[in-house]
Design a protein around this ligand. Structure first.
Ligand SMILES: NC(=O)C1=CN([C@@H]2O[C@H](COP(=O)(O)OP(=O)(O)OC[C@H]3O[C@@H](n4cnc5c(N)ncnc54)[C@H](OP(=O)(O)O)[C@@H]3O)[C@@H](O)[C@H]2O)C=CC1
Ligand SMILES: O=C(O)CCC(=O)C(=O)O
Length: 467
């Protein structure tokens, strides 16, 4: 990454350029683009007898809708510029997929692998107290979720701590999403971002005319895929793509790049990886110590699913993938993006593609506020209704409907089916909106069109308010 790289500047630049293409006034652009507020907290935690001081941030980008929403990241690289950029991405992402939230993001400067679970719990609870005290966590105003270095368990600690601080808040469980199902979470959230990446790619690869100029053939089957980052998002993206017939040939992790041109068995490799969180000693693969070289390996689809700023003007000229699917936030810098576009590489942008996580977080938040699981009240009723319709058909036809056909009438969906269908619908509709806007305004690329769509939707809110 170049020394002058500013993630938030990158996000602002592309937002401003895209908003201008929609003829949005400079006043409204300025109102939207800046981060509304950001807190930095420094707090001590006693671990093994000594006091360690931790630094964390939570940035709120736009409160045009409340609550504001966005993950909490635990990583040593976390800094204020990063959380501000990520919070802006959250505002735009939510607008694109019509999730009625503003944008936020948090981060704690910590290497989570250096602490055991008990220590992480203590640190997380202390961080939660700091943010709750300042109203940077609440079901009505500011709702975190998992991101790099955090997971469902971290969210359970946050929810529990918040509940003990605000026992009178009947909606306390909605103060955070991405919780374990047993603690008020929703089925399908853990894998939602990866599943959303899959739905986005599936929809894109169905658009024969759109992808043809990039030399990309329709369909997922047989496509070769390289993934950077084998955590939550990378693993689930790989898994769903493999299930649909893609060949995952390369995985770039923190400590190296593994390659098998004939394709991995994702589940098997993931099991091995989890033993040490390393790709170094995985058998029967080619191993390269220089992880970043993995991004340059020839493939149909390259999926950066780790950090921002991974493809810049430095390595973009050497990228050989036909399609880059940005599962991570901000993996391609503005300068890198320009080079990819000039090379004719299609980029499916983060601000749309990884929105599956927040979409299902929205469903979880609704579940927490309504205090009932999706399907609990009407599943049986729907099932009975469906069966009656089938019986009626059988009566009219005077013969039984073959069981393989009857089974396809999946009446009475359970929570996971409801969530996954809502996610699929959201991801596919949003991509079509982006593609249509790109065509109608002759926009240069999907990223510009996605930001323009977000700008249009958020600007509408401000314009109505000042009528
Ligand atoms: N979780 C979610 O729901 C969402 C996540 N995202 C974005 O997706 C990306 C990944 O998040 P998530 O999967 O949740 O995070 P995880 O922490 O689960 O996984 C990230 C993985 O990337 C690895 N990694 C870190 N640095 C590098 C590097 N330089 N090169 C290769 N691999 C690296 C990590 O290794 P190690 O553990 O050693 O650090 C880890 O295995 C982030 O950009 C995040 O903002 C976007 C939307 C939602
Ligand atoms: O699920 C959420 O609320 C936020 C997910 C997130 O942090 C992201 O999309 O970058």
């Amino acid at each position: 990454m170049s020394e002058t790289y500013s993630f938030s500047q990158n996000v602002n630049d592309i937002f401003v350029a895209s908003a201008k293409l929609m003829n949005i006034s400079q006043d409204v652009i300025d109102q939207i683009k800046f981060c509304n507020s950001v807190i930095q907290v420094k707090f001590p935690v006693r671990l093994n007898g000594s006091l360690d001081v931790f630094t964390g941030w939570r940035a709120v980008h736009s409160e045009h809708r409340l609550p504001v929403k966005g993950g909490i990241r635990y990583a040593l690289e976390v800094n204020q510029d990063e959380v501000e950029a990520l919070s802006a991405l959250m505002s735009y992402k939510c607008a694109i997929v019509d999730v009625p939230f503003g944008g936020a993001k948090g981060g704690l400067c910590i290497d989570p692998s250096r602490y055991n679970d008990q220590q992480l719990e203590k640190i997380t609870r202390a961080f939660t107290r700091e943010m709750t005290k300042r109203s940077f966590i609440s079901p009505a105003e500011n709702v975190p979720a998992p991101d790099m270095g955090t997971n469902a368990r971290t969210m359970a600690w946050i929810a529990d701590e918040y509940r003990s601080l605000r026992p009178q808040d009947i909606n306390a469980l909605g103060c955070v999403t991405g919780k374990p199902v047993e603690q008020g979470g929703i089925r399908g959230r853990t894998e939602a971002t990866g599943r959303g990446v899959f739905f986005g790619l599936e929809e894109l690869l169905n658009q024969d005319e759109f992808i043809k100029p990039f030399g990309i053939k329709p369909g997922i089957k047989g496509k070769t895929v390289v993934i950077q980052g084998f955590g939550n998002v990378g693993y689930h993206s790989a898994k769903f793509l493999e299930e649909a017939g893609a060949k995952i040939i390369g995985i770039a992790e923190r400590d190296g790049f593994i390659l098998r041109e004939s394709g991995f068995n994702v589940e098997e490799i993931h099991k091995q990886f989890l033993k040490t969180r390393s790709v170094r000693d995985i058998p029967d693969v080619d191993y390269y110590q220089d992880s970043k070289k993995g991004l340059e390996h020839p493939c149909d689809i390259l999926i950066p699913a780790a950090l921002e700023g991974q493809i810049t003007e430095e390595n973009a000229p050497r990228i050989k993938a036909k399609l880059i699917a940005e599962a991570a936030n901000g993996p391609v810098s503005t300068a890198g993006d320009k080079i990819l576009n000039e090379k004719g590489i299609l980029v499916l942008p983060d601000v749309y593609l990884n929105a599956g996580g927040v979409t299902v977080s929205y469903f979880e938040w609704i579940k927490n506020l309504s205090h009932i699981r999706f399907g609990r009240m009407d599943r049986k009723l729907e099932d009975m209704r469906g069966k009656r319709v089938l019986q009626l058909f059988e009566k009219l036809l005077d013969k039984p409907i073959p069981s393989e056909i009857a089974q396809k009438f999946n009446f009475g969906a359970d929570e996971l089916e409801v969530i996954n269908s809502g996610l699929e619908d959201t991801m596919k509709n949003a991509l079509n909106e982006i593609i249509q806007l790109k065509a109608s305004r002759d926009m240069p690329d999907l990223r510009t069109a996605a930001y323009a769509l977000a700008a249009k939707k958020i600007a509408r809110y401000y314009e109505i308010m000042s009528l």
